[in-house]
Design a protein around this ligand. Structure first.
Ligand code: ADP
Length: 821
């Protein structure tokens, strides 16, 4: 039994080749025709396939016959005629490389296929019948095609259809449309391009257009091909986009046919009835088809370029490697899917807890859960089951955790435990507006299981639409809990005796600091200033993306005092201080309840930016955290400022150490080292002497390089990630940006942590910080320090390779941990 029979046009494509020595045009002779290509693609993948068509009794007819035969296709249904020549198509490329065709088909042998030529007995017993529309442009081939399609349908075969519109082959556009629509009635599997879909349905939106076709014709599998972007599919129960493969395309002829062949191969191989295909199965089949389509574009011609299973699998594996190559080695990332803000940071009974905004079913932001991880040392993490699921009050937005040591909440039966205070987000049923209210959850078993408080929500302000991200701490002076929470353009402070009842004590910020975006994720804490014995309060405010600001979302801080009611700013209202001058540090907050004898205030941020967070090129996961950083205050001329350095625990990752001192770098003598490790810490103390710019260049084995530089004239520390690797996913990603940083006696200190997906740069011992994501094309392998002019002296230079942290996973069944009440 044959698996597949394909019917339709077969022809010679004459594709442009290099001109002759005299400058005359030359054409290369390439066998083609969409259904013939599909037949060869299937045969190449091991499917028993026959092809039905007609060629002329001429040299080209024999060539097509031979080529199909050699490709393993059953050609007993390929007949010859002396009434017309074999169809020819000349391909012309314009200056931009766009293609147009001249067809020699008036008539062409393939249009003379008659119903008598169709092997109806064989069609009756095949599993799948494939057809297009170009064999319906003229009689008698139109009747032959229709007879075959009707027969296949009656016999219960699956029918696949690729309309493949070429207007110049039709007598009128209307006739094209009517004949194409005829085919739709019989199709079980339809492959269509965006332009074809819009021509047929009159709808430009592919989701709506495919829905219209599904509703009108009941087609089970509709796939819209999107060239290098991959494809979109619609099944009765689900739909989605499957990304394409990035390859160097030289000739896109036949991509759609290889795609079709690969898709049909996968559907036949699985043997699953079409209407029972699961999401995983269609994902898998279309990924395979995208890879097949992509491979054909990497070589000239179509029919003779069809890929093998091995080639396709290889491309798919290499992509897998690429995806994983951006998994951070020592930054926290989720087990899979989407991560954003850190939440619920708390230290309790020997463990650091990290909760985070998590979408467990998608790599884009969506209904928020609280993901969870636990660490003994802030560096090595174990993934825990999801802590908080959305419920009848809505999704679980950002918030905090505290240890209720004295059971002031009454939730712990005389003992102590963890209380999470977070924002519940849903829609107000009366106004239809978004609604954000504050709620509690608690855990009596060290954060392993969580119970939502029965009296949720505990704090609502019906007039405020943006009202979120509560951060709570115990204020010992006034002996009560204080909540800092944002409301669009200001922060509000509430007090409570029991974490359940809250009353407003103050507001701050409406006219202060930066208002480039909505205020989010506040934090408020007190820190000592150097060793002076004095303290100041730090108020952290993240501000959301504003399309007008290239920086996107970022974090500012205020220095001042907290009087138990509200915050009092030390600076003028228009004074703005930025926490991080890189592009990827947002929503950072600090750990609660780190023991007094440790005394540190440790912050972690989400290492992404709302400008492009949903578009970064990782696939199975998206989003990671910055390194945890210890915060301190120092007094400078301009006032008290924040200093940040990664927590000392990070030092345990150091593996091999290399160091140098007194190295002179000039334009002719750069300092360059090959490093066979892509996780690195680099610490350079430099005398910047007479140079006009010094660069620390981190280069990959491919083309990517990320530059950390210092411009002594501008006194400017910067990152240049314009050549750092993938950037096309968003126009604002490729950028060079920096921060003012003064030299101290002609010297600067730069301390870098380089991961597979990010670089963190600390200037002058944490006075200036830049954190950036990068997506290099290959692992880093060279570090080079260069100057454009003059010289710098590397007083000391140290490089440490770093160990990866291998985040382990608590494999407890996710659902068994679900203990919401
Ligand atoms: P058609 O020939 O049907 O118009 P497309 O040009 O959209 O189809 O290509 C079909 C499939 O081939 C796409 O869905 C994609 O999987 C793959 N493909 C096409 N062009 C490229 C490309 N330049 N890079 C990677 N994949 C491609």
């Amino acid at each position: 039994m044959l698996d597949v029979i394909a019917i339709g046009e077969v022809l010679i494509d004459f594709t442009p080749a290099d001109p002759t020595a005299r400058g005359n045009e030359q054409f290369e002779c390439n066998p083609g025709g969409a259904p013939a290509n599909v037949a060869v693609s299937l045969s190449q993948l091991g499917v028993k396939t026959a092809f039905v068509s007609k060629v002329g009794e001429d040299r080209f007819g024999s060539l097509l016959h031979e080529t199909l035969l050699r490709s393993g296709v059953d050609v007993s249904g390929l007949s010859f005629t002396n009434e017309a020549n074999t169809t020819l198509a000349f391909v012309h490329l314009d200056d931009k490389g766009d293609r147009s065709f001249s067809f020699y088909r008036k008539p062409g042998a393939d249009t003379l296929l008659s119903p008598q030529d169709v092997p109806l007995d064989r069609i009756e017993s095949c599993r799948l019948f494939h057809f297009g529309s170009l064999s319906m442009t003229h009689e008698p081939a139109r009747s032959a095609t229709r007879t075959a399609v009707v027969k296949a349908k009656e016999a219960g075969a699956m029918l696949s259809y690729d309309p493949n519109i070429r207007f110049s082959l039709w007598e009128t556009t209307e006739s094209a449309k009517q004949n194409i629509l005829w085919g739709m009635k019989y199709a079980d599997i339809l492959k269509i391009s965006e332009e074809e879909l819009s021509f047929i349905t009159g709808i430009n939106d592919i989701e709506k257009g495919s829905l219209a076709l599904q509703q009108q014709f009941g087609i089970t599998v509709i796939v819209v091909t999107l060239a290098e972007k991959g494809c979109y599919y619609r099944l009765p129960a689900h739909e989605g986009y499957i990304p394409g493969f990035s390859v160097k395309a030289v000739d896109t002829t036949g991509a759609g046919d290889a795609f079709m062949g690969c898709l049909l191969f996968k559907l036949l191989e699985g043997g699953i009835p079409l209407h029972q295909i699961t999401q995983d199965q269609i994902n898998n089949a279309l990924t395979f088809a995208n890879a097949g389509g992509a491979l054909v574009t990497t070589r000239k011609g179509a029919l003779q370029s069809m890929p093998t299973t091995d080639e396709i699998n290889k491309l798919m594996e290499s992509k897998q490697l690429n995806q994983d190559s951006w998994r951070p080695g020592f930054h926290f990332s989720p087990p899979s899917h989407w991560l954003n803000d850190p939440n619920g940071l708390v230290y309790y009974e020997g463990e650091y807890h990290l909760f985070y905004q998590y979408h467990p079913f998608s790599t884009k932001w969506g209904p928020m859960h609280w993901g969870h991880a636990i660490s003994p040392d802030l560096i090595h993490w174990q993934h825990e089951p999801i802590a908080l699921f959305p419920d009848e009050h809505g999704a679980i937005f950002s918030g905090c955790c505290v240890v209720d040591w004295n059971n002031s909440s009454g939730l712990f039966n005389g003992s102590h435990g963890l209380v999470a205070i977070f924002t519940h987000a849903d829609t107000d049923p009366e106004s239809g507006q978004p609604r954000q209210r504050q709620s509690l959850a608690y855990s009596s078993d060290k954060g392993r299981t969580w119970h939502k408080y029965a009296g949720n929500p505990v704090l609502a302000e019906p007039g405020l639409i943006d009202f979120r991200d509560p951060k709570v701490f115990w204020h010992s002076k006034s002996k009560r809990w204080i909540m800092a929470i944002v409301a669009g353009d200001h922060v509000r402070f509430y007090g409570s005796e029991n974490l359940r009842e809250w009353s407003l004590t103050g507001e701050f910020g409406q006219m202060e600091g930066s208002h480039d975006g909505v205020w989010e994720c506040p934090d408020l804490f007190e820190l000592p200033i150097d060793d002076t014995g004095k303290t100041k309060w730090v108020l952290i405010i993240s501000i959301g993306d504003n399309p007008a600001c290239p920086e996107g979302s970022r974090t500012q801080y205020f220095i001042g005092d907290f009087d138990g009611q509200t915050f009092i700013n030390d600076h003028a209202a228009d004074h703005v201080m930025w926490l991080d001058y890189g592009r990827d540090n947002y929503a950072g907050v600090t750990w609660s309840d780190i023991p007094e004898q440790d005394g540190r205030r440790v912050m972690i941020g989400w290492m992404s930016n709302w400008k492009y967070a949903n578009d970064t090129p990782t696939e199975s996961w998206r989003g990671s955290m910055t390194l945890p950083r210890a915060l301190s205050l120092t007094s400078r001329e301009e006032g008290v400022v924040l200093i940040q350095m990664p927590v000392r625990e990070i030092e345990q990752l150091r593996n091999e150490s290399m160091s140098w001192s007194d190295v002179k770098v000039t334009p002719k003598t750069p300092f360059t080292r090959k490093i066979s490790h892509d996780l690195l810490e680099i610490e350079a103390d430099m005398d910047i002497g007479s140079t006009d710019e010094v660069h620390i260049i981190m280069k990959s084995t491919g083309e990517s390089e990320t530059v950390v530089g210092y411009d002594p004239v501008r006194q400017w520390l910067f990152i240049d990630r314009t050549k750092s690797g993938r950037h096309e996913f968003h126009s604002s990603f490729s950028s060079k940006h920096g921060a003012p940083m003064a030299q101290e006696n002609g010297k600067i200190k730069i301390h870098i942590w380089l991961d597979r997906n990010a670089v963190e740069v600390y200037g002058n011992e944490g006075l200036v910080v830049l954190t950036d994501q990068i997506f290099p094309d290959a692992p880093m392998d060279t570090i080079s320090i260069q100057v454009k002019s003059g010289q710098v002296i590397l007083d000391s230079l140290r490089m440490d390779t770093l160990r990866s942290i291998h985040i382990s996973k608590n494999l407890t069944e996710q659902t068994s941990r679900r203990a919401d009440v």
